[in-house]
Design a protein around this ligand. Structure first.
Ligand code: ARG
Length: 221
């Protein structure tokens, strides 16, 4: 084993990790927005909205992320433009593909979270004069959030790991930068070992943080 390449290439790990984190945060934010809309469509009483939401979820969950990423890359063909060293012509379709993918999983997290709240809660709220919307907002959603937030944390962890697939469209996230180092030094193993450790540190610290937040949420019960 020879890690002497680090003195020359360490910055690829740093910038790759930074880009991976940025991509994961953007994906989770956009994924939650998409997922909320899809979840609301799915629990609505409108047949068309329901059908659209179900098709979206089934299609996205039924096709590989790898296929979705490459599909979006060719679908949204942008001219070359670079800001802050980010190749946005690949970054944008990449983040959109990740968000569209994550949105389908988030939609199910939110739908399940809302439906897990006992329907007696809605009935009780309605019986004391709340409208459907008020009951949802003040009674059901605050309780649903307790099911939803921990699952969203897990989604964040999944997104960090799955973003490595973006390396196939040459977005300079951690995995892509690792490939660049491997090619430059003609050694495949050492860079990958470091990358595995970095991914692990990212997901492990996030998991610990989420566990802590979840325990605090429970004590406030
Ligand atoms: N590996 C899965 C696939 O290829 C992606 C799963 C994404 N999961 C998620 N919770 N966002 O389809």
């Amino acid at each position: 084993m020879d890690f002497s390449f680090l003195s020359e290439y360490w910055y690829y790990f740093v910038s790759g990790t930074a880009n991976t984190i940025v991509i994961a945060i953007l994906t989770v934010i956009l994924g939650v927005i998409i997922g909320t809309v899809i979840a609301l469509m799915k629990i609505s009483h409108n047949k068309v909205l329901k059908a659209v939401a179900s098709s979206y979820i089934e299609f996205i969950r039924g096709t590989p992320l790898l296929v979705q990423i490459t599909l979006f890359f060719y679908l949204i063909s942008l001219p070359e433009f670079h800001i802050f060293g980010l190749e946005l012509e690949r970054f944008i379709p990449g983040v959109i593909a990740m968000s569209v993918n994550s949105g389908a999983y988030v939609a199910e997290i939110i739908r399940a979270g809302i439906q897990a709240v006992d329907k007696g809660q809605m009935e009780a709220a309605r019986s004391i004069g709340f409208t459907h919307g008020q009951a949802m907002r003040y009674i059901v959603l605050p309780q649903a959030l307790r099911n939803i937030l921990p699952a969203l944390g897990n989604e964040f962890v999944v997104v960090i790991k799955e973003s490595s697939v973006l390396s196939v469209i040459s977005i300079s996230e951690l995995m892509r930068n690792t490939n660049i180092i491997q090619g430059a030094i003609y050694r495949p193993f050492e860079p990958l070992a470091i990358t595995a450790i970095i991914y692990f540190l990212l997901t492990f610290s996030l998991t610990r943080l989420l566990g802590y937040a979840e325990r605090r949420m429970r004590t406030s019960d």
